[in-house]
Ligand binder design. Structure first.
Ligand SMILES: Cc1cc2nc3c(=O)[nH]c(=O)nc-3n(C[C@H](O)[C@H](O)[C@H](O)COP(=O)(O)OP(=O)(O)OC[C@H]3O[C@@H](n4cnc5c(N)ncnc54)[C@H](O)[C@@H]3O)c2cc1C
Length: 426
């Protein structure tokens, strides 16, 4: 349907889904299953941002939040090291100053266990929902059951991650601890300096996350979803439903889903909300496609760098740079880090052929926001931070269950806005 025709048409669509990343598209898929019609709105089409450029790991064992007890000092000291993962975009400081304070507070010892439990509640369901989704849209060829490997170059780094393993053990996550010889057997291309490994056995690898989203988008379009390649500017009440104002005309719908990643906040301010979602920019560089170098997504834990054998080439991802939508990226950061991939995998050939940057939508406690705006038929699904690829499809199922008035398969209280108290009120 042409954007211009929207302004003149009566309401024909049940739900406007704002944002076509993995989260919005997964919600649309589940709504379609329940017989609801959707309008997919995104100025950049499917996978316009983080859902395109990530490392591809459906990492069911990543249970630790980003803010943990004792992480402050190493992060601050690391600000002077160009290869250290944590970065601050000084020009965006007003956007994340208050958030950062809450982020540090969320890292207290007392809050760790509930956050881990709420993360696990989503992650333990993630694998099955991912496989079901991939099967349904005929994209199972993009999923590999490789597991997700974390490697450590220093004994101290491995010891520091003991708490993460304890939480995996406590929650029954399947993982193997590997010594140097076992690591080399599993990933023969790894450099000799890697000393320890942890393989999350049940984690999956999405071999091309952007392509997966495009197939899901096309699947939805082929089954009647309308699309609007436009930016949503405002959501306004209109009778029993809503008018969504976009750069491509207005849409008239019964319900709205805001799943616009790091951009979600502005749309909800008129409803008295201030989403505690900050933008943590990540980067990637692509090396040419090559066989036999790396078999699965492999995280070099001390560098927070992941090397993933995508279909289109070997992808190196890294950095968490606190920033804001609209701020310029610093591709030089990843160009500095990418050669480290050859340290980790010495047979990696060639030079990076492209680089990319995108924004992770992050909450202070690393849990997503899956909630309904009070007294409205507007649903929020954002804040998935570093685990949005993992948790996108299960979030889609839960939001659709809530919208359809069904019993939710995971209790939603830990992901509600109420946990932020007055901070989430504009
Ligand atoms: C470098 C990197 C590596 C990562 N690796 C992993 C990993 O291995 N595993 C994992 O689980 N997670 C990973 N993540 C995190 C994951 O990619 C994100 O959490 C996830 O993609 C977020 O999905 P989303 O749909 O919420 O947001 P996005 O993918 O950012 O999608 C939001 C969409 O909303 C659109 N939009 C914005 N404003 C508007 C508007 N006004 N109107 C309409 N549309 C709008 C955007 O164009 C965009 O397409 C990684 C992230 C990065 C950056």
């Amino acid at each position: 349907m042409s954007p211009a025709s929207w302004g003149r048409r009566p309401r024909v669509v049940d739900v406007a889904v704002i944002g076509c990343g993995i989260v919005g598209l997964s919600i649309a898929f589940q709504l379609r299953r329940r017989g609801l019609s959707c309008l997919l709105i995104d100025p950049r089409g499917p996978a316009g941002d983080a859902s395109h450029g990530n490392a591809g790991a459906v990492s069911v064992g990543n249970l630790m939040p980003q803010s943990t007890p004792g992480m402050i000092l190493p992060a601050l000291l690391g600000l002077r090291d160009p290869l250290a993962p944590f970065k601050l975009d000084a020009g965006a400081w007003p956007h994340y100053a208050g958030w950062l304070w809450r982020f540090l507070r969320a890292g207290s010892a007392a809050r760790l266990a509930p956050i881990v439990d709420a993360t696990h509640a989503l992650n333990r369901a993630a694998r099955a929902v991912w496989l079901e989704l991939a099967d349904a849209i005929d994209a199972i060829d993009l999923i590999s059951p490789t597991g997700y490997l974390h490697v450590y170059s220093e004994d101290a780094g491995f010891e520091r991650s003991a708490r993460a393993r304890a939480h995996m053990r406590r929650n029954g996550v399947a993982f193997d601890v590997l010594d140097a010889a076992q690591l080399r057997e599993l990933e023969p291309g790894l450099a000799a300096f890697t000393r320890h490994g942890v393989l999350q056995r049940d984690s999956l690898f999405v071999r091309e996350p952007g392509e997966f989203c495009r197939r899901l988008f096309n699947w939805l379009c082929a089954r009647g979803a309308d699309t609007l390649i436009a930016s949503a500017h405002a959501i306004e009440r209109e009778g029993e439903g809503y008018r969504v104002r976009t750069s491509g005309g207005d849409a008239h719908v019964d319900q709205v889903v805001v799943a616009a990643g790091a951009w979600s906040g502005e749309l909800l301010r008129p409803f008295g909300l201030r989403l505690p979602v900050a933008a943590a920019r990540g980067y990637h560089a692509m090396y040419p496609r090559q066989e036999g170098v790396v078999r699965r997504p492999t995280l070099w834990a001390e560098r927070y760098m992941v090397v993933s054998p995508m279909r289109s080439g070997v992808r190196v991802t890294g950095f968490k740079e606190m920033s804001a939508p609209g701020r310029p990226a610093r591709p030089a950061l990843i160009r500095g880090l990418a050669p480290q991939a050859r340290l980790l995998f010495p047979s990696l050939a060639g030079q990076p052929v492209s680089d990319w940057a995108g924004l992770r939508p992050c909450t202070p406690d690393s849990l997503p926001i899956l909630d309904r705006v009070d007294d409205e038929r507007i649903f929020i699904a954002t804040g998935h931070g570093h685990l949005g690829l993992t948790q996108g499809p299960i979030s889609g199922e839960l939001v659709a269950q809530a919208m359809a008035g069904e019993a939710v398969s995971v209790p939603l209280a830990p992901y509600g806005l109420a946990r932020f108290g007055r901070y989430a009120r504009a």
